[in-house]
Design a protein around this ligand. Structure first.
Ligand code: HEM
Length: 348
């Protein structure tokens, strides 16, 4: 395991998919979308009327997933910096799901195609999709959508996080299938700030902002089917990784151990001695720095201590790492399975 190799201070801290139903149904035994009706989407019917078979055959052999897992572990062992971005790729590939539209989500692997690949929110993810190409080339039977989601799960484990149950069987769709065939519009992923480009006065009362920001976050995550506790559990992934000026325009890590998957995001967020203060970057983005300018928070992160309901869960997770770990694992599995059907236990 990679994490053991990096236990120093720098790092401490298909089988069944032959069915067209996969694209027409939305089921998940784990989440609140389980009450959905099976919906006959025009997407599925038009595709299959033409070809009478799934757009991309991704029949997998049981057991192959372990080899893919090993290859992802190897990739991470070559450069740990890729791990948080792989996690982010899995989340962005999945976070487009809409309950009410019954589209989006990881199945289809649409994030690899333009225009989704070029969305502002996905800047910085192309290099890791490219890095996974050699694993795809060596294992052409696995779908991109399975590969991207599995990579996120492996990255979490390699950073010392919980085992997230991962199930196989997502289908890929070809490029250019169009909105009528399941492509989704930009704007489904969360903004780090709902007012970032506005000039920031020396002191901005936080209340107005936090309410607007909290509504935005709830809108985005409720659309996927997540409740407040699940939203807070998921945001704890900001324990790892960092912001990149050339990607999001923000900079810096959230925690002092950006490759350690712990509950440190909540602990740092609540730590008043960090002296969080707001600054505006040269590109106009606003973020919060601790007093030594070592770690940072986004306006969206700050909402989790400003909103009283979110705050309660933050305190809970800061005080109970095990609880967070298991809640995160459940919420992340749910995220990766939104909009997917007929997934199979992969035992990987
Ligand atoms: C309110 C919701 C969220 C907002 C506004 C948000 C925003 C951001 C931003 C702006 C970045 C910096 C990207 C860059 O510059 O490379 C980032 C990175 C990251 N986000 Fe989030 N995020 C949210 C939720 C989540 C969730 C739910 C997860 C996973 C479950 C997640 C995992 C990550 C990870 C691991 C990174 C680090 C990536 C790296 O180091 O390359 N985020 N996020």
């Amino acid at each position: 395991m990679f994490r053991r190799l990096f236990s120093n201070s720098a790092v401490r801290a298909g089988l069944s998919l032959g069915s067209a139903a996969v694209l027409g149904h939305c089921v998940s035994s784990l989440n609140s979308v389980s009450s959905f009706r099976d919906v006959d989407l025009p997407f599925a019917s038009s595709l299959f009327a033409e070809s009478r078979k799934p757009p991309v055959a991704t029949i997998s052999k049981t057991g192959d997933y372990k080899a893919v897992r090993t290859a992802i572990e190897q990739l991470i062992s070559e450069d740990i910096n890729i791990a948080p971005t792989l996690l982010r790729l899995a989340w962005h590939a999945s976070g487009t799901f809409s309950r009410s539209h019954n589209n989006g989500g990881s199945s289809g692997g649409r994030i690899r195609h333009s225009p989704e690949r070029q969305w502002g929110a996905n800047v910085g993810l192309s290099p890791v999709m490219d890095a996974l190409e050699k694993i795809k080339a060596a294992n052409p039977w696995i779908s991109y959508s399975d590969l991207y989601t599995l990579a996120g799960v492996v990255a979490i484990a390699e950073m010392g996080g919980p085992k997230v149950t991962w199930r196989s069987g997502r289908l890929d769709v070809p490029k250019g299938t169009g909105i009528e065939n399941g492509e989704v519009e930009d704007g489904r992923l969360p903004n780090a700030d709902v007012a970032s480009k506005q000039p920031v006065p020396a002191y901005v009362p936080q209340d107005g902002w936090s309410e607007e920001m909290a509504s935005h976050i709830r809108l985005i995550f409720n659309r996927m089917g997540f409740n407040d506790r699940e939203i807070v559990a998921l945001i704890g992934a900001h324990a790892v990784g960092r912001c990149h000026p050339n990607a999001s325009g923000y900079e810096g890590p959230w925690t002092r151990d950006p490759f350690g998957f712990t509950n440190s995001f909540y602990v740092e967020l609540l730590n008043a001695s960090n002296g969080w203060h707001k600054e505006q970057n040269s590109n106009g983005s606003v973020q919060y720095w601790d007093k030594n300018r070592e770690i940072m928070m986004l306006p969206a992160d700050m909402v989790f201590v400003q909103d009283p309901i979110f705050y309660g869960f933050v305190v809970d997770y800061a005080n109970n790492a095990d609880k967070w770990s298991s809640d995160f694992a459940a919420a992340f599995q749910k995220l990766l399975e939104l909009g997917c059907a007929n997934l199979q236990d992969a035992n990987v």
